[in-house]
Each structure stands twice: as C-alpha cells, then as structure tokens.
Design a protein around this ligand. Structure first.
Ligand code: ATP
Ligand code: MG
Length: 368
C-alpha cells in the first residue's frame, strides 16, 4: 500500500488555477523531493497534503486513510492528519528550552514523562544537539535552531514528514552539511518524507525520487539518475544540470538516428524525424560535462570550435567556445588554449527536442 496517494488534485487560489490535476503516489520509507521553479505550486501541493489548503477536486489518501475526497465530501482538518511539518519560516517557542520545544508534540500525544525524555534525547542525539537540551533558542545559531525545528517535527515519528525549503535560512556551507544529515536522520528513523526545494543539486542529494513540477503539473517523476540522465522534455532537460542549448534543424535522418545542423557544424543524435514539418527545427541540449571529456569513442560527434573565453572554477576550467555560430561550453582540467579545437561529443549525450507545433513553448526555470 502506498504511504500517500494523490489523485487528480486541483487547487484554485482566488480565481487562479494553481494545481491542475496532480496525481502521484509515495511509498513507505521514501524521501520524495518536490522540485520546480518558483511559483510552480510546490508549497500549494504540500499545504494541500497537510490540510492547510482546500482543493477544488481530487483525492488524498495518507496511510490508507482518505483525508480528502471531493465527491465524498471528505476534508479532514490539519490536526487529524497527524503529519510532521517544517516550513521555511519555522518558529521555535522563544520562552521554551530546546528540550521543551521538541517535547511539545509528545506531550500533546499524552506520553509519559519517561517516554518523552527518551524520545527527545534520542532525536536530539540524532541531530548532534544532545548537549544543548537546556538552552533557549536565542542561545543557538541559525543552523542549530533549524535542527531543533526538524527535531520537533520528527520527534513523534509522524507517518509523513512535510518539509518546505527547510534549509533556505542556512548559509551555503551549512546547507551542504544539512543535506547529508537530514537524509540520514530521516532514513535512520524509517520515516517517509516530502521535501520541497527549487535547488536541483539539493534535490538530487536528498531524494530517493524527484517529482519535477512545472506550472501546476507534474513534468516528470523518477530517481535523481533518471531525471538527470533521461529527461522527458526540454523543460526537464534544462531544469537539471548545466547545459548547452543549440538551435538546430534536422538535416537528415536514418535508422533511429538524426543529423542536426547548426551553422557549418552538424551533430548526430538518437531519434526519428517527426511527421510534422514544424518539428524539423528544435533545440539540442547537451550537458556541459558531456562535451570533450574522457577518451573519445569512434562514433562520437566531432565539432570545430574556437575558444572565446575561459573561467577558472577551482579544480577545473570552464571554456566558452563559438561553434557553428553559437556558444558551446565545456569543462577541462587544464586551462584551454587559444584558437581552434576539435571537440568530441558522444551521440547519446545530444538530446533533441523539436519545437512544439502548438504555439505554447515549454516554460523555462527562472532559478538555477
Ligand atoms: N493566496 C493566494 N492567492 C492567489 N494566488 C496564490 C496564493 N498563494 C499562492 N498563489 C500563487 O500560486 C502559485 C504557486 O504558489 P506556490 O507558493 O505553491 O509556489 P512554489 O512552487 O512553492 O514557489 P516558491 O519556490 O517560490 O516557494 C504562485 O503563482 C503564487 O503566486
Ligand atoms: Mg514555496
């Protein structure tokens, strides 16, 4: 039985449709990351699961209990859904100690003093705050306060933990550490969690599965490796990773292979020529790390490119070339030389997305 099932969920805020028929399900023990650009509806979906938003239609089942079902008129209030919540603007009780902040949810559940002490001690030890139970929030750093907020949400082992950008108040270094301990803490307690972020690197580090959202709909769902390595659309390809984006036309097509032309250069890619003539132009997306790295294979594409500039990224260089009249970026271990270069690109690393025949273009992420 899935831990959480969502079917055809629609949410309208004011007069604007925000979620437009979202269906997905999460398994027990999974960490699912909701990823997508700002405004795509991640928080709205999380709040709907928590019972803080009232959908217009659809169904939500948590642990086998239907908490929302529009045709049957079921809409359980938030407190009866028993979920652990951490929002971006978490608030600790300033006049309560760390211990009492974390113990609060256990007291609500009428546990004995002995059970509360064991439960709080265990979760504080799990997040490395065991010596700080007696402190007040103002005696903690921002990162430590964030840990207490997380400890509070998971102290009573909720069936599903809902985390909305819980790391956004932390600086970059603390965030990197936090990804690792949050994942191990959730896993060690055997919890299921939905974690919202608009940061693709954070998503890949934390998720068992990523649900990528675009404009109130699910664009793609799969393991981090699937989303990164087999994007289903131009939107998904461009949202993940650092990318080259080349405007191309299909110059030729053979068995399962197309030849893409741009300026005086061409690239082979997997694919078939589409039926509609409008689909003979489109975008080739190539991950920056796929250009010119590793030993060349015999069936690789080779393109001629002249160096425009290079920047040092620490440990590697990023070169910007001009290739067929467009920009092509590549990483290299050494500072790239001025002049012309023959760059090889594996055929499987070239993903072609035809221009949609409909006038509406896929939307593009606003944040990287
Ligand atoms: N109360 C409201 N009334 C009308 N529109 C709203 C309301 N709350 C949110 N919205 C709109 O709903 C859309 C989705 O908002 P939501 O907060 O779910 O996005 P998000 O994916 O969490 O974005 P972010 O990454 O910026 O947090 C946005 O376009 C937002 O402007
Ligand atoms: Mg949000």
């Amino acid at each position: 039985m899935p831990k959480l099932e969502i079917e055809g969920l629609r949410v309208t805020l004011g007069k604007t449709p925000i979620l437009q028929g979202v269906s997905t399900s999460f398994e027990e023990g999974e960490i699912v990351v909701l990823l997508g650009p700002s405004g795509c509806g991640k928080t709205t979906l999380l709040r709907s699961i928590a019972g803080l938003e009232h959908p217009t239609s659809g169904r939500i089942v948590i642990d086998g209990v239907t908490v929302y079902d529009s045709p049957r008129g079921i809409d359980l209030p938030s407190e009866r859904r028993n979920l652990g919540l951490v929002f971006q603007s978490y608030a600790l009780w300033p006049h309560k100690t760390v211990f009492e902040n974390v113990a609060y949810a256990l007291r609500l559940r009428r546990m004995s003093e002995a059970q509360i002490r064991t439960g709080v001690d265990e979760v504080l030890a799990g997040i490395g705050l065991d010596g700080m139970a007696g402190r007040y929030p103002h005696q903690l750093s921002g990162g430590q306060q964030q840990r207490v907020a997380l400890a509070r949400s998971m102290a009573y082992s909720p069936p599903v933990l809902l985390l909305d950008e819980p790391l956004s108040n932390l600086d970059a270094k603390l965030r990197e550490d936090a990804r690792i301990w949050i994942r191990s803490l959730i896993k060690s307690r055997g919890l299921s969690a939905i974690f919202v972020t608009h940061d693709q690197v954070e998503a890949m580090a934390i998720a068992d599965r990523i649900v990528l959202m675009d404009a109130g709909q699910i664009a793609q769902s799969g393991s981090p490796e699937e989303l990164y390595g087999q994007p289903a659309s131009l939107f998904a390809a461009e949202f993940m990773g650092a990318n080259n984006h080349l405007r191309t036309i299909i110059a030729d097509s053979g068995l399962g292979e197309i030849v893409l032309a741009f300026g005086d250069q061409s690239l082979k890619a997997r694919g078939a020529r589409a039926e509609e003539p409008s689909a003979s132009t489109g975008v080739a997306v190539i991950r920056v790390e796929a250009v010119g790295s590793g030993p060349p294979a015999s069936d690789d594409n080779v393109v001629q490119a002249s160096l425009e500039t290079a920047v040092y990224l620490g440990g590697k260089w990023e070169a910007v070339y001009v290739c067929g009249g467009q920009r092509l970026r590549a990483f290299s271990a050494q500072r790239p030389q001025e002049g012309c270069h023959a760059l090889h690109i594996p055929r499987d690393a070239v993903w072609f997305f035809p221009d949609p025949s409909q006038p509406s273009q896929p939307s593009h992420p606003s944040t990287r």
